[in-house]
Design a protein around this ligand. Structure first.
Ligand code: 3H9
Length: 703
C-alpha cells in the first residue's frame, strides 16, 4: 500500500507532502505517515528545515470525521501535533485553500506558517458537536490572544490568510505556488539561523473573566441547547490557567465528553447527509444542461430574491415584470439585496457594479428570454395565472431550455402537461427570503427528463443552495409535513394547551419559533387562505381551528397588523401574550364541545414531533421523498430544525421507533382520524429497522 505522505529533500529542505484526496483528511494512514516523516527529518542531516504541504486545492481538511466513534488508532492527532512541535529543527507549513480543524492544529504544531492568499484558517469543530481536540484550544489563544480565540473557536469560525498574518496566526503571506512560497520562507529561516518556535511554549494568554462570561452568555443565547460551543469556552479558559500539558489534558477530557454526546452524532449526521442529497441514483452518469443565462418571471419578494441569489451565484439574469413601474421596483429590490451583500462583505463593490450594469436586466416582454437557458416563474399562486405564463414561456424559450415553477403547492405535473415540452418542466421551490434560505426543493414530475433534474441540482450548487429532490403532492416534502405537525398543535390547543405553551415547548425543543409565533410572522391570512382552499376537500372528521378564522376576521393578521396570537407593541422585540386570544380559544372549545386538560412541555414536544415523523413516513412511502436523509436536510435548511438533533428522522431513530409508534397508537385511541400510524413506521418497527437503515439501503448505489 502506498503511503499518503511523501518525503523528499529539495535544496536542503525536507519536503513532506500529504496527498489524501479529496480533502487531505488526517486519517490513520496520514497520521502514521506524517509521524514517520518527522522522525526521518529529525535524523536527516541533509535537511536543515522541513516544509509540510498538502497536495491539491486545500492544505488539510481536518481529522477524518468518519473515524469518530470508532476505536482510536495510534498515533493520535494531539500526539502527532506534539511530535511535530518537538522537532529539533524548524518545521514550516504552507497553507493553500484551507487549514481546518485538525488541519489548523497541525499547522499550529509547525513552527512557522505561510498562508497563501485566499486560504482560510479555521476551527469548525463546534459545528460538528465537538471541540478542537489536538491542541487548538490551547495553542490558538497562546498565539493570537484570548479575545481573538474566543471570536474564532466557539463560532466554529475561520480567518482569511491576510487576517491570519495580521493577528499573528500566520507569519507570512505567500506568493506563487504553495511549495515555492514555503521553500522560499524555509530558505530565509535557515539563512537567518532561525530556531524552532513551538507555539506550546509561549506563555499562557492573560485571563479575562468578563470576556469569557460574555462569550458564554452570547452562545447560550444564540445557539440555545448546544453544548459544544460552551464546552469550547471552558477549554479556552483552561489555556489561561495551565501549562500546555495540563491544558491539553483538560482539552482531551472535554473533547472525549463531546465525542460521546448525541449532539455530536446529530451534527455529523447532518454534515454527511447534506452532501448526499444531490447524489441520486437516477442522476448517475447524467450530464446537466449548461445554464448561464436565466429568466425570472415576477419581481415580488420571491422573484427578486431568486434573481439576487442567481446573480450572486455568477449567473446572468433577466427579470420579467408586467410594466415599467413594477420592473423598476424589482430592480430596486434586487439592488438593495446586492448592496446588503456588499455591506456584509459577501460581494465586492466593483462586482456589484458589474452585475448591475451587465449581468442583470429587467424587461416587460417575454421575448427578452429567447436566449435564456432556464426560466423560473415566481408569479401569483394561481393555476390559471401560472399556466398562462407557461404557455408564453413555451412559445418564446429556445428548444432545450428548462422551464421551472416556484410554486409551493400547485401540481407541477399538471403545469408541465399544459406545455408542449413536459420533459423540460420542473419545480424549483425556493424558500423566502430566497437569497438567504439555503433550501431548494427540486420538484420532479414523472415526465421530467433526468438531465433536467440534474440541471436543477447543478443550478442549486451555483446558487449556493442545498437542493433536495421531492415528488409532486400538495406541499411537497416540507410544507406537506409542516401541515401535519401544525395540525397537531391545533389539536393540542383545542384539547386545552394554550398557543403560548405550545410555542414555548417547541422553542425549548430547539426550533427557532413555535407554530403560532410563526403564523404571526408569516401573516395569519396565509393559514386562512390555505384552510379556505382545502375547505371543499376537508374530511368532516377533521377539526377546524375556528379561533384562527376568527382572528383573521378580526383583522388580527399577526405582526403586520400589530396583533395576531400575540400583541406587538411598536419598537418591542417580541410579542406579548394576550388573554383575549385565550378567551376566544376557550369559546371555540365550548362551541366544539371539547373538554379541556393540561399538557406538559414534554407531551407537547412529543406529539408535535410524532405528528411530524408519522407524516414524514407517509411522504417516504409515497416516494415524495426518496430517503429519510432528504427529509432531514429539508428540515435543517428550510424550517430551522435544530441542527444538533441531526434532523427529524435522525431524532426519531435516536428516540427509538418502537416507543414513538407506541405513543402514536396511544394517541390514536382518543383521535383515530388524525393519529393513524403510517404503514411504513409500523413496518420498520415490525422488522426492527430504523430510518438510517433506509438511508443506508438507498444511498449504497448512489452516484
Ligand atoms: C477535527 O478536525 C477534530 C480535531 O480538532 C481533533 C481530532 C482529535 N473527514 O465538502 P466537500 C468528505 S474535526 C472525512 O463536498 P468541498 C465529504 O464528506 C474536522 N471526510 O468538498 C465529501 O465526501 P463525498 C474539522 C471529509 O471542496 C468529500 O470529502 N474539519 C472531511 O466543497 C468532499 O467534501 C471540518 O469540519 C473530513 N474532515 O469542501 C472540515 N471533510 O465526496 C469539514 C470532507 O463522499 N469539511 N470530507 O460526499 C469541510 O468543511 C469541507 O469538506 C471542505 C471542502 C471545506 C474541507
Amino acid at each position: 500500500m502506498t503511503t499518503p505522505v511523501s518525503y523528499e529533500i529539495e535544496d536542503g529542505i525536507a519536503v513532506i507532502t500529504i496527498d489524501n484526496p479529496p480533502v487531505n483528511a488526517l486519517g490513520h494512514a496520514v497520521r502514521e505517515g506524517l509521524w514517520q516523516a518527522i522522525d526521518r527529518f529529525a535524523g536527516d542531516d541533509a535537511a536543515k528545515a522541513a516544509l509540510v504541504l498538502g497536495e491539491g486545492k486545500l492544505f488539510l481538511g481536518g481529522a477524518d470525521i468518519s473515524e469518530f466513534g470508532k476505536p482510536p488508532k495510534e498515533p493520535s492527532l494531539p500526539d502527532l501535533v506534539g511530535h511535530i512541535e518537538a522537532a529539533p529543527k524548524p518545521v514550516i507549513c504552507a497553507i493553500q485553500g484551507a487549514a481546518l480543524g485538525g488541519g489548523l492544529e497541525v499547522a499550529l504544531g509547525c513552527h512557522y506558517r505561510v498562508a497563501m492568499p485566499g486560504a482560510k484558517l479555521g476551527l469548525p469543530e463546534v459545528t460538528l458537536g465537538i471541540i478542537p481536540g489536538a491542541g487548538g484550544t490551547q495553542r490558538l489563544p497562546r498565539l493570537v490572544g484570548l479575545k481573538k480565540a474566543l471570536e474564532i473557536i466557539p463560532a466554529g469560525g475561520s480567518v482569511a490568510a491576510e487576517e491570519a498574518v495580521e493577528i499573528g496566526l500566520a507569519d507570512r503571506l505567500g506568493e506563487g505556488a504553495p511549495k515555492a512560497a514555503g521553500l522560499a520562507y524555509a530558505r530565509d529561516l535557515v539563512a537567518d539561523g532561525a530556531a524552532p518556535h513551538p507555539v506550546g511554549t509561549l506563555p499562557c494568554p492573560e485571563a479575562d473573566d468578563a470576556a469569557l462570561e460574555e462569550a458564554r452568555a452570547h452562545w447560550a443565547r444564540r445557539n440555545r441547547g448546544e453544548v459544544a460551543r460552551l464546552a469550547a469556552i471552558d477549554a479556552i479558559e483552561a489555556a489561561c490557567a495551565r501549562d500546555i500539558a495540563d491544558g491539553m489534558a483538560e482539552e482531551r477530557r472535554i473533547f472525549q465528553e463531546m465525542i460521546d454526546t448525541p449532539q455530536r452524532a446529530g451534527l455529523i449526521h447532518a454534515f454527511f447527509n447534506e452532501r448526499k442529497t444531490a447524489k441520486l441514483p437516477e442522476l448517475k452518469g447524467v450530464t446537466p444542461r449548461d445554464v448561464s443565462r436565466i429568466g425570472v418571471i415576477g419581481g415580488g419578494t420571491m422573484g427578486s430574491g431568486i434573481a439576487a441569489s442567481a446573480l450572486l451565484g455568477g449567473l446572468d439574469v433577466t427579470l420579467i415584470e408586467r410594466d415599467d413601474a413594477a420592473a423598476e421596483k424589482a430592480q430596486a429590490t434586487v439592488t438593495r439585496t446586492l448592496d446588503g451583500a456588499v455591506k456584509r462583505g459577501k460581494l465586492a463593490e466593483d462586482k456589484r457594479d458589474a452585475i448591475l450594469s451587465g449581468a442583470f436586466r429587467t424587461a416587460t416582454e417575454y421575448d427578452a428570454l429567447s436566449d435564456a437557458d432556464l426560466a423560473v416563474e415566481a408569479v401569483f399562486e394561481d393555476m390559471d395565472v401560472k399556466t398562462e405564463v407557461f404557455a408564453t414561456l413555451d412559445r418564446v424559450m429556445k428548444p432545450g431550455a428548462v422551464l421551472a415553477t416556484n410554486t409551493s403547492y400547485l401540481d407541477v405535473a399538471a403545469i408541465a402537461a399544459t406545455t408542449s415540452r413536459p420533459a423540460d418542466v420542473i419545480g424549483l421551490h425556493f424558500f423566502s427570503p430566497a437569497h438567504v434560505m439555503k433550501l431548494l426543493e427540486v420538484v420532479v414530475p414523472d415526465t421530467t427528463a433526468p438531465e433536467v433534474t440534474a440541471t436543477a441540482f447543478a443550478l442549486a450548487k451555483k446558487m449556493g443552495k442545498t437542493a433536495v429532490r421531492a415528488g409532486v403532492c400538495d406541499g411537497f416534502i416540507g410544507n406537506r409535513i409542516l401541515s401535519a405537525y401544525r395540525a397537531s398543535a391545533d389539536r393540542m390547543v383545542l384539547a386545552g394547551a394554550s398557543p403560548y405553551e405550545v410555542d414555548r415547548a417547541v422553542r425549548a425543543f430547539g426550533w427557532p419559533m413555535g407554530p403560532y409565533e410563526m403564523g404571526d410572522l408569516a401573516g395569519l391570512d396565509i393559514g386562512y387562505a390555505t384552510r379556505q382552499r382545502r375547505a371543499t376537500t376537508r374530511d368532516p372528521r377533521d377539526i377546524v381551528p375556528t379561533w384562527a378564522d376568527e382572528l383573521y376576521h378580526l383583522g388580527r393578521l399577526g405582526q403586520k397588523t400589530g396583533r395576531g396570537y400575540y400583541i406587538y407593541e411598536e419598537g418591542a422585540r417580541g410579542g406579548t401574550e394576550d388573554p383575549e386570544v385565550l378567551d376566544l380559544i376557550e369559546k371555540a372549545r365550548e362551541a366544539q364541545g371539547a373538554s379541556r386538560r393540561e399538557f406538559t412541555e414534554a407531551e407537547i414536544q412529543r406529539r408535535y414531533m410524532a405528528a411530524l415523523v408519522n407524516e414524514a413516513a407517509r411522504v417516504l412511502e409515497e416516494g415524495i421523498a426518496q430517503r429519510p436523509l432528504d427529509i432531514d436536510v429539508t428540515f435543517l435548511y428550510g424550517y430551522g430544525f435544530p441542527r444538533w438533533r441531526g434532523g427529524p428522522m435522525h431524532w426519531a431513530d435516536s428516540e427509538g421507533l418502537p416507543a414513538l409508534l407506541a405513543d402514536i397508537e396511544r394517541y390514536a385511541e382518543e383521535d383515530p382520524f388524525f393519529w393513524q400510524p403510517a404503514p411504513l413506521l409500523k413496518r420498520l418497527v415490525a422488522e426492527g429497522r430504523s430510518f438510517q437503515d433506509l438511508n443506508d439501503a438507498q444511498t449504497g448505489d448512489a452516484a
